[in-house]
Design a protein around this ligand. Structure first.
Ligand code: SF4
Ligand code: SF4
Length: 81
């Protein structure tokens, strides 16, 4: 069954709260909050270079069973699967 909108919003907020992208060498400060792995967020509009990815050490990575990298450039887990 499709997750309802309120549940999606709750999950998105949880991801943003735990996201470590802002400490990543690839991160570019332009007002984005991170959470690029999440399906309703996806790619960054301002990060353009792969200078390392610290997603593997993020609490969201384990909690959501993620397996990819560079969500900011390559798209959400779903997009990359
Ligand atoms: S896995 Fe990566 S993109 Fe997703 S919340 Fe963590 S640091 Fe951000
Ligand atoms: S998705 Fe990965 S590469 Fe992109 S900013 Fe977040 S930690 Fe860095």
């Amino acid at each position: 069954m499709e997750m309802d909108r309120a549940e999606m919003e709750k999950r998105k907020q949880m991801v943003l709260d735990m996201c470590t992208c802002k400490s990543c060498p690839s991160f570019v400060e332009c007002g984005e909050e991170g959470g690029f792995c999440f399906v309703t967020i996806g790619k960054s509009g301002c990060i353009s270079e792969e200078k390392g990815c610290i997603c593997g050490g993020c609490p969201v990575y384990e909690k959501m069973g993620l397996s990819k990298m560079y969500y900011c450039l390559r798209g959400s887990e779903k997009e990359q699967t």
